[in-house]
Each structure stands twice: as C-alpha cells, then as structure tokens.
Design a protein around this ligand. Structure first.
Ligand code: F3S
Length: 379
C-alpha cells in the first residue's frame, strides 16, 4: 500500500506510540485487503464498548491504548455500553459491572471520543454527507450508512475503527470503491406485510440465505423500516443493499443481468417460527437498532399492557420521557437488550420486533425469544 511521507513518519513513531500503533493496524488491514492507499474519513463509530462483550481483556487493551495519549482526530461516537447510567440501580444491575463499564467509557473519553453510546448515531448528530467515506464498526449502522445515507464504509472491527479515529483515515478497499457498490442480486418482495417486524424478517431471510449486495423491488420502506431490515440483513455477511426508487444509489443498479429471487409471506412466516422459542416472554424489548422519535411514539400509541423497555439514543430518551404515561413502559438509553447482561436480572425470555435482536439474544445471551410485531407483543 502506498503511504505518503507524513504517513511513513507516523509509522516510524515520529508522532508518538499511539499514532504509530493505530497506523500499523490500518496498514496491516490495507495490505491484507490489497488497498492501494489510505483515504480520509469524516466520522467514526466505534464498537466494543460493553463490558459484557469485551470483558477484562478489552478493558486492559483500551487502558493501554489510552495511556499512549492517542486522540481521535475526527468526529467519533460509541456503540451502546452495557447499562443505562441513569437507571442501572433501579433496574438491578450489579455495581461491579457498572464500575468496570465506567472504566471503559473513561478510556474512550480520554481519547476524545464522544460517549454517545448508540447504534443509531445518525439520528443524533453523527450523520455523514452522501458520498463521504466513514469508518463505522457496528454492523447495523454500517449497512445503514452505505445503503440509506449513501456514505461509504466497510464493516469495521472495533479495533480498526478506533485506529481510524486516531489517524482520521481508513484503507481504500471494499465498499469505498464505486465498482463494489452495485447490486449482485435482485429480491422481489412485492406483497409482504409492512410492519417493522416484516421488514426485519425479510432482511433476516435474505441475510441468512445470500451474500453480496441485494436490490429490493416491490417494497417502499421508510428510513426506520430500512434501519430494522438492514440490521437483520447484516446478521449475515451483507454490508449494503439498495431499494428500487428509494435508496440514494439505486440508480447505479440499472442495467446488467443479475440473479432474481422472490420472497413472500411464506418465507417470512418460516423466519417468525424459526426465531420464536417462547409464547409468553418476561419482557418486551423494542429498539434494535435504537429507536427514532417516531418509533417511540408508535410504541406508546399501542399502550403496552406488558413490561416494555424501549431502547433509544440518550438525546431521544430525554426528549420523549415526558410522554411516557404508561407505567409498563421504560425508555432506556446508553445500552441495548443484547449488550446488557439482562440474564443477570433473572430475565429468561424477551419479545422483540427485531430479527437481529432475536438472533443475538438467543445465541449470545441464551434467552428464549418471541419474534413478532410490536402490536402483537404488547397485548
Ligand atoms: Fe443496536 Fe444492540 Fe441491536 S447495538 S443494532 S440495539 S444489538
């Protein structure tokens, strides 16, 4: 990979150990992926924030890295951590866990990273311009950036995103290149239902059965629908999708012969059945990915009759909490149902309208799951 004189100097350690380590990570990644050079990024989203997922080894790595005085050189935000710092006591999370979590956040903030702790940073101030390159790690936010915003990112790891934050650059390969952003297959989903969970089931079906870049036809999803569909698509290997007449780069999809598949309600029904292992969950969890204001309003309008936790970015929680009149409902920020240790609270099963949440709650947290629409779950 070609490096500029300035990048060579950073690699020699002339700007300190933190920057040297960071560029070394980017150069190794670039060499593995046959990138030709580094390109600037306008923002970074770092994953690997919850103590539940990174543990003591991750915490030690971050403390070491922060001790090099490395600093973020562009707008950098964080993925959800393991608890809501406002309500962890009320909800019953352990103080030991919370103290470890605080150390992780301190290490990140010492590096100049905003402790936004959300997987929908684009709803609260980290919204890149169309066409710009970014380095985003959390898979639902990365696929949303590529597909709905029209920014360009590969699905970064927590470490490569952190290195990008320090250097302000990323290797130029994969989805940063126009030729890698065209659709490789078409999914006709005409006639599927239009609840958020139907879009999630559609994304999960396609993500589970295909690789490459789909272009969807026959559907007209809103940005929030694409948020939950993209999260489910990204449970497989897919990092970008198009929707005909909806997403910003669907135009470049025109022409060329690609494989076509039909997906209908029969396939979606199989997904609902596969992801559901329980009829009567302990807790309803909405907000994977974190909710927008409209999505919170929609949940409140259903007037939940069961314990319902809505996960959202902190700024959105602050705006919306005054509208919560129903004592079954809590809005929770900073964390999510997958990266917080719900199982430690004695919760054995959850209901969700998100296929991504259903998949990871089963496979990462060992919870039973009911996957269904919000309307059905909160009855
Ligand atoms: Fe976000 Fe957690 Fe889902 S990070 S996409 S709410 S698993």
């Amino acid at each position: 990979m070609h490096l500029t004189k300035e990048e060579e100097d950073i690699l020699k350690g002339e700007e300190g150990e933190g920057k040297r380590k960071a560029i070394e990570i980017l150069v190794s990644l670039g060499d593995i992926q046959s990138a030709d050079r580094l390109i600037s990024v306008s923002s970074v989203q770092v994953s690997g924030v919850s103590y539940k997922t990174i543990g003591d080894a991750g915490l030690e790595f971050l403390k070491d890295f922060a001790s090099t005085k490395a600093k973020a050189s562009c707008l950098t935000t964080l993925n959800p951590m393991g608890v809501d710092l406002d309500s962890w006591q009320e909800l019953g999370f352990s103080e030991v866990f919370v103290r470890k979590q605080e150390e992780i956040i301190q290490a990140y903030t010492a590096m100049g990273i905003r402790p936004s702790c959300t997987c929908t940073p684009y709803l609260v101030g980290n919204l890149p311009k169309r066409g710009t390159s970014v380095s985003w790690a959390e898979s639902s936010s990365a696929i949303y950036a590529n597909s709905v915003i029209g920014a360009k990112t590969n699905r970064e790891s927590g470490i490569s995103a952190l290195a990008s934050a320090v250097i302000g650059k990323t290797p130029r390969w994969g989805l940063h290149l126009k030729e890698n952003r065209t659709p490789t297959f078409q999914v006709n989903a005409k006639g599927i239902g239009d609840t958020k969970s139907d879009y999630a089931a559609l994304g999960y079906y396609v993500g589970k059965n295909f690789d490459g870049i789909p272009i969807f036809t026959g559907i007209s999803p809103s940005p929030d629908d694409m948020k939950i569909m993209g999260a489910a698509l990204a449970t497989g290997t897919i990092g970008m999708f198009h929707v005909e007449n909806v997403t910003p780069e669907a135009e470049i999809a025109k022409g060329g012969r690609i494989e076509k598949v039909d997906v209908g309600n029969r396939e979606l029904k199989d997904i609902y059945e596969t992801l559901t292992t329980v009829d009567d969950p302990d807790l309803i969890c909405i907000g994977c990915p974190h909710c927008s204001i409209d999505e919170i309003r929609a949940v409140l309008d259903t007037n939940p009759r069961r314990d319902t936790w809505i996960f959202a970015p902190r700024q959105i929680k602050e705006k919306m909490k005054k509208y919560v009149k129903n004592e079954n409902v809590k809005i929770i920020s900073d964390t999510c149902m997958v990266v917080s240790p719900l199982e430690d609270l004695g919760i054995k099963s959850i209901g969700t309208n998100s296929a991504k949440c259903a998949f990871y709650s089963k496979n990462l947290s060992g919870l039973d799951v009911k996957f269904d629409s919000v309307e059905n779950l909160v009855k």
